[in-house]
Write a protein that binds this ligand. Structure first.
Ligand SMILES: NC(=O)c1ccc[n+]([C@@H]2O[C@H](COP(=O)([O-])OP(=O)(O)OC[C@H]3O[C@@H](n4cnc5c(N)ncnc54)[C@H](O)[C@@H]3O)[C@@H](O)[C@H]2O)c1
Ligand SMILES: [Zn+2]
Length: 364
């Protein structure tokens, strides 16, 4: 299955997102075509390399010689500028130049760092991404955001560089932990809620197939998520308007992550954020109460939180979300559902209503 991402600002280029179980076997040909004679250099998530090197050894992927293979230990602490410099120096020492081509293999952390590196190395070289976590396959690999963290906050340094192509093989998810898989499911549920009612119904009726990681079920949810994300990004690459809808659940979600000093995992935080946004929409009369009930049921099936866990007062959460970089000009900016599969952006938020919702959702 192939989805074509076309950014109007880059008119001559289409970035294919290829989704296929077993795609890895044909990756060599894909890479030769996309790299057009450029020499390939690889940035692998070190853990993924450890788990998969034997299985990919026989696939004849071009350029996977040890001197052109860089390993990245994918932790959030390593998503730093210093790491990018280290990798860039390794690239130079391995013989890379401005005609080189980078292949990133790993989750969102590796994709963000390798994509950032590609976008600034010798003023920019092209890259592709093979995402290996569910989160990266349904979300971060599509859309061209790259970047690293600062001690002051996450993703504060970055660029937009669309990958030349994204190659998604759901087989990589075989070795992903249940915890990481669950975190990725939060983003799939978010995608369904914000723009794809059919995907939502599929998630409701195919949960055991998805949780058993059946290939066709995974392909279905990955393709639906990528299709929707590509559509949104095509309409608004630089997040000047529409793209903000992808932040459904992330307003309160980011606040909870920061309050917990990132002990609350991202997917769990997004799930709690979606609960808050949906409950708020119910209170404002924007969405039927039944939608909130269906959200709770779906989150439960996929092992995500159905209450706001952690002992955070509504006041502390509101304080934390006021300092979010995504909040514009001091106004609280919220994405709220109006139905399953549709959302609106609201800037006129009633703080009292939000406080009440956050209090109601506390896990006491
Ligand atoms: N660029 C974007 O648009 C965007 C969007 C969302 C998130 N992100 C970023 O993505 C990062 C999170 O990405 P993530 O959730 O993919 O996590 P990650 O890249 O940090 O990987 C999570 C863990 O899974 C391991 N792993 C990866 N693939 C595996 C596999 N197939 N089998 C076994 N283990 C595997 C990694 O080694 C790591 O320990 C964050 O830094 C976030 O800021 C970026
Ligand atoms: Zn997210």
């Amino acid at each position: 299955m192939e989805i074509n991402l076309c950014i109007p600002a880059i008119p001559a280029r289409v970035s294919p997102i290829v989704i296929e179980t077993g795609l890895a076997a044909a990756l060599g040909q894909h890479l030769k075509r996309v790299a057009q004679g450029r020499e390939l250099f690889w940035v692998w998530d070190a853990r993924v390399w450890e788990l998969w090197q034997r299985r990919v050894a026989c696939l004849n992927w071009p350029g996977l010689a040890s001197e052109r293979l860089l390993l990245f230990d994918a932790t959030e602490v390593n998503k730093r500028l210093a790491k990018v410099e280290e990798l860039a120096r390794q690239l130079v020492r391995a013989g890379a130049d401005r005609m080189s081509f980078l292949v990133a293999v790993g989750g969102g952390g590796t994709g963000d760092v390798a994509g950032f590196l590609a976008s600034i190395f010798m003023r920019g070289i092209p890259h592709v991404h093979l995402p290996t976590t569910l989160l990266a396959q349904v979300d971060s690999s599509v859309g061209g955001k790259t970047g690293v963290d600062l001690p002051e906050g996450k993703n504060l340094l970055g660029t937009f560089q669309q990958a030349q192509a994204v190659y998604i093989d759901p087989q990589f998810l075989e070795t992903l932990s249940d915890e990481q898989f669950t975190q990725g499911m939060a983003e799939v549920i978010k995608m369904a809620m914000l723009g794809d009612g059919d995907l939502w119904s599929y998630l409701e009726t195919n949960s055991s197939r998805i949780l058993n990681r059946e290939a066709t079920a995974l392909e279905h949810i990955i393709a639906a998520s990528c299709r929707l994300k590509a559509q949104v990004v095509e309409a608004d690459e630089r997040e000047s308007g529409l793209r903000r809808i992808l932040n459904l659940g992330h307003t309160v979600g980011h606040a909870l992550e920061r309050l917990s000093d990132y002990r609350i995992l991202h997917g769990n935080a997004v799930a709690m954020g979606m609960l808050a946004a949906t409950r708020l929409a119910v209170c404002l009369g924007l969405v039927a109460d039944g939608v909130f009930g269906r959200l709770v049921a779906l989150l439960e099936v996929y092992g995500l939180p159905t209450r706001i866990v952690g002992d955070y007062s509504p006041e502390a959460i509101v304080e934390a979300l006021k300092t979010d970089k995504k909040q514009l000009a001091g106004k609280l900016h919220f994405i709220v559902p109006t139905d399953i599969g549709s959302v609106v952006q609201r800037h006129d938020l009633d703080l009292a209503a939000l406080n009440e919702v956050l209090d109601d959702l506390r896990d006491r």
